[in-house]
Design a protein around this ligand. Structure first.
Ligand SMILES: Cc1cc2nc3c(=O)[nH]c(=O)nc-3n(C[C@H](O)[C@H](O)[C@H](O)COP(=O)(O)OP(=O)(O)OC[C@H]3O[C@@H](n4cnc5c(N)ncnc54)[C@H](O)[C@@H]3O)c2cc1C
Length: 287
């Protein structure tokens, strides 16, 4: 299929993009890497009147290590491509969970164009990066008609492909707490073939002190309309429970439905298998 006709505008600045979004009255879409948007246009799942290309807006891409109030953080511009995250030594050192997750996103051609901001804004429930942001307790920077605001990852993903972004907003950057020597990251997913969207996946972070874990955050993807935290399993691992005891709590937080990938019962089973693997990584892996 071909997309419905649309007009095209190239935004010169963030302000220009917001102005164009405002003028279009909800009938425009931002174009970043185009790796999800073009498919939805071609399948006519979306038929905006205007595409606003944000690729030439200065200052929207890049990875920077910054000093926060009480801790360093990693700031990543929305237009940063997956491939830049994949090859960044700063990401490998200071945001190891992102480094673990990126190779699972599609294939090289997709990672060459796809952007962090596009993935977070699109919010596919089976995507890796939204779950990573949830596991890391990231902050999401948004610019809109009324200025800039920051939304916590826990409050950003609202429903199926629905986020805290309004129709006149641009996601500008995300901020992650930089990994400390005690920080542990864990990541695992089941996909039919490498590069496919996950049937079920799990992104995790924790602080380790000897054999004990604290600040455990477990974010599943592919098990609901949004990435989902397994809060009872987080508490179990932080209180010294075994991985099997943590797995026993999953049903209280995860309620997957059947989808094209797998039945709900297969997903529940896979969620347990992944938690056992990731719990082991959290105990062993150093960034
Ligand atoms: C064959 C294939 C396989 C893939 N496999 C995976 C996979 O395994 N895992 C995975 O996570 N992804 C996968 N993807 C998707 C890929 O990661 C995309 O790059 C990503 O989902 C969207 O990023 P993008 O920059 O291409 O955004 P676009 O396609 O340009 O935009 C996506 C949506 O986000 C909006 N948007 C983009 N940027 C912003 C912004 N800064 N502010 C506000 N709104 C914005 C757009 O308006 C649009 O609605 C796959 C894609 C393809 C084609």
């Amino acid at each position: 299929m071909k997309p419905a006709p649309f007009a095209y505008a190239r935004a010169k600045s963030l302000e220009h993009a917001i102005e164009l979004l405002g003028r279009a009255g909800g009938e425009a879409r931002l174009l970043a890497g185009g790796q999800s948007l073009m498919a939805t246009l071609n399948m006519r799942l979306s038929a905006p009147k205007l595409l606003i290309d944000i690729n030439r807006i200065p200052g929207l891409a890049g990875i920077a290590l910054k000093n926060g109030q009480d801790r360093k953080h990693v700031e990543i511009g929305a237009l940063t491509r997956h491939v830049e995250l994949e090859h960044s030594t700063d990401i490998a050192k200071h945001a190891p969970l992102i480094a673990l997750a990126i190779p699972h996103i599609g294939h090289v051609a997709i990672r060459n164009r796809g952007t962090l901001g596009g993935s977070i804004a699109f919010a596919d429930p089976a995507a890796e990066l939204p779950a990573c942001l949830l596991a890391l307790g990231a902050e999401i920077e948004i610019a809109g008609e009324n200025g800039r605001r920051t939304v916590q990852a826990d409050d950003f993903f609202k429903g199926l492909f629905e986020t805290a972004l309004g129709p006149r907003d641009v996601l500008t950057a995300i901020r992650l707490p930089a990994a400390k020597p005690s920080t542990r990251a864990g990541f695992a997913e089941f996909a039919r073939r490498h590069g496919d969207y996950a049937m079920v996946g799990l992104a995790a972070s924790a602080e380790a002190n000897g054999a004990s874990l604290s600040n455990v955050r477990l974010a599943y993807f592919g098990v609901g309309a949004t990435p989902v935290r397994a809060r009872n399993a987080e508490k179990a691992l932080a209180s010294g429970a075994t991985a099997d005891e943590a797995v026993a709590t999953l049903a209280s937080n995860l309620a997957p439905h059947d989808d094209v990938q797998a039945t709900a019962s297969t997903k529940r089973h896979l969620a347990g298998v992944l938690l056992r693997r990731v719990a082991k990584q959290l105990m062993e892996r150093r960034p």
